[in-house]
Design a protein around this ligand. Structure first.
Ligand code: PMP
Length: 431
């Protein structure tokens, strides 16, 4: 058998497989070679064997300033002094973070700290049920909101299963699955039909304002406004899941850009530039239902509001507010999207470039892209081959097709231009 060109990585992967199921702590981390990473800095990561990659995976978008941003690292290192975790009362970083978030996000009168995006959407769903006294939740096909049961119907299912029960996981009770209904993005009629069929039962509609979990489906003009009006008229809460869009597209998330204010907003990922911190924000009239405020909805967690996560988020949001992060990353995003579109057109590749701001993705399909149904025509095999060849050349992107890539504050025009050169070569020879 040929020697691996990643001997150190292969060694670690073998060790991992012995003690971690499948050798990975999340199913979506599978890459094959180069196995894993030992170092990161700015726009780059290095595998165990010392090869460098320009990183557009960015930990699924959590890295917005660049890896090991010195201001964030300093804040995290300093966070445990003078006090680490006491577990009772409050600490300064939690309060500072909540003040920053409430100042930044239009829908946020108040927020709770969580340790992951899944935890934030879990609370959003349960709180909506408690506030409205209703049982059903609507999610939008193509959206992902975490791994918990209430939202665990598939992100993108084969057509015959799309509106059936297509759980992301075994072990979920059927009643949990059937309590989550599915509407379509950019199609208000599909939601109106659900309201007709389930009168006075829908507690909330949860939606990624840009469904980035299937790349970058942009909302058609009026769509989010329509969602807002309809949910309000029907007495349901509208939850914007801004775990990806929040702190990436604007300080106030997509709600700042669109001018549409949801009732509840979940966020995570970019907020702490890679540190485990997330949150749920909303109107005080809703958040006061948590039992921390004398309400009846359980709010608990040993590590919620942990000083290192909060300090990371305070440092990240402060930098997002004060530095020209969004202008820089959006300009590079535009450069990347324009460059890729030019290459695709020039070579006649049946692909389309989409994205917004710092986000770009390549769909291997032709024709209109409006909703998730259109994405089913995507040529996954081609995407995976494109991805493999880009990785081989030192450009790291998300391995799953129909996902997006992320530019950080640390990327430069030169990084983008080198990426475009590599993409041209790969697309020219792609079978
Ligand atoms: N919501 C969205 C929109 C997400 O993209 C994700 C993670 N990909 C989540 C929620 C869940 O977040 P986490 O992985 O931190 O639990």
């Amino acid at each position: 058998m040929a020697e691996s060109s990643f001997p150190a990585g292969a060694d670690w992967a073998r060790r991992a497989e012995q003690v971690i199921p499948g050798g990975l702590n999340s199913f979506s981390r599978y890459l094959g070679e180069p196995y894993g990473f030992a170092r990161s800095s700015g726009a780059y990561v290095w595998d165990f064997d010392g090869n460098r990659y320009v990183d557009y995976h960015a930990a699924f978008g959590a890295i917005v300033l660049g890896h090991n941003d010195p201001d964030v690292d300093r804040a995290v290192a300093g966070a445990l002094n003078p006090v680490d975790l006491v577990g009772i009362g409050i600490t300064r970083p939690e309060v500072e973070l909540a003040e920053l978030v409430c100042a930044a996000i239009p829908s946020a009168d108040q927020m709770i700290c969580c340790t992951s995006g899944s935890e934030a959407t879990f609370h959003a769903v349960r709180l909506s049920r408690a506030v409205t006294g209703r049982d059903l939740i609507v999610k939008v096909q193509g959206g992902y909101h975490g791994w918990h049961d209430a939202v665990a119907r598939n992100v993108i299912s084969p057509p015959e299963l799309a509106y059936g029960m297509d759980p992301m996981s075994a072990g979920i009770l059927p009643e949990n699955l059937s309590s989550t209904l599915i509407a379509e993005f950019n199609d208000l009629t599909s939601l109106e039909e659900l309201y007709t069929r389930h009168q006075d039962r829908i507690a909330a509609v949860i939606v990624e304002p840009i469904p980035h979990n299937v790349g970058a489906l942009l909302p058609n003009p009026g769509h989010l406004e329509g969602l807002r009006k309809l949910t309000e008229a029907q007495g349901s809460l509208l939850i914007f899941d801004e775990v990806i869009t929040g702190f990436r597209h604007a300080l106030g998330g997509w709600q700042e850009i669109s001018g549409v204010t949801p009732d509840l907003t979940s966020f995570g990922k970019a907020m702490g530039n890679g540190h485990p911190i997330a949150g749920l924000a909303g109107k005080a009239e809703h958040l006061r239902h948590f039992n921390s405020a004398g309400g009846s909805v359980l709010l608990a967690g040993t590590f919620t509001g942990h000083p290192t996560g909060c300090a990371a988020a305070v440092a990240t949001i402060t930098k997002l507010r004060d530095a020209e992060v969004f202008a820089h990353t959006a300009a590079l995003g535009q450069r990347m999207r324009d460059g890729l579109t030019g290459i695709v057109d020039e070579l006649g590749v049946p692909a389309q470039v989409r994205g917004y701001g710092s986000v770009f993705c390549l769909y291997f399909l032709e024709g209109e892209i409006n909703g998730y149904r259109d994405l089913m025509r995507n040529d996954d095999v081609r995407y995976r081959e494109f991805h493999r060849r880009m990785t081989d050349r030192g450009f790291l992107m998300l391995p799953m097709s129909l996902k997006r890539n992320h530019i950080s504050f640390a990327h430069t025009e030169e990084d983008v231009d080198r990426t475009l050169d590599a993409a041209r070569e790969v697309l020219r020879t792609l079978p």
